[in-house]
Design a protein around this ligand. Structure first.
Ligand code: HEC
Length: 113
């Protein structure tokens, strides 16, 4: 009787471990696919990288090196929405606030210390 209970208990423990591992893996995947940094990275590759360099790697001579952009979100949002000096194009009508926030998350993640 005792053996049987112990075996059942062990089986239940093993089962719930498997289930929670699966749930965890699923949540991890979902989070990774929708993280702001990933969205920002995709948007950057589509809209910004031909001027600012793939993955922000640029000589920084023609366009500023965004890895050196200061930790100044309002300035970033203003420049991206309105453009700058007729050389940096305005994106306010093209990108949503969420996309610009995601770009900021991506830029911040690449900041050189
Ligand atoms: C057509 C080329 C071009 C594209 C495309 C472009 N930029 Fe720029 N960007 C520039 C240039 C040139 C400057 C420098 C402007 C200046 O300071 O005169 C600049 C400056 C900037 C700055 C610094 C502004 C500041 O306040 O110092 C940021 C941030 C920036 N760009 C972000 C972006 C983002 C994000 C995208 C994509 C949505 C993007 N850029 C797309 C050319 C581009």
């Amino acid at each position: 009787m005792f053996m049987r209970t112990a075996a059942t208990f062990a089986a239940v423990v093993a089962m719930s471990a498997v289930l929670s591992t699966a749930a965890y893996a699923q949540q991890q995947d979902g989070t990774a696919a929708h993280s702001p940094i990933d969205l920002g990275k995709t948007t950057f590759a589509q809209k910004c990288s031909h001027c600012h360099g793939p993955n922000m790697v640029t000589s920084g001579t023609v366009t500023p090196d965004l890895r050196r952009f200061p930790d100044d979100q309002p300035r970033f949002v203003t420049t991206v929405k309105q453009g700058k000096n007729g050389r940096m194009p305005p994106w306010g009508d093209i990108l949503s606030d969420d996309e610009i926030t995601a770009l900021w998350a991506y830029v911040s993640s690449r900041r050189a210390q």
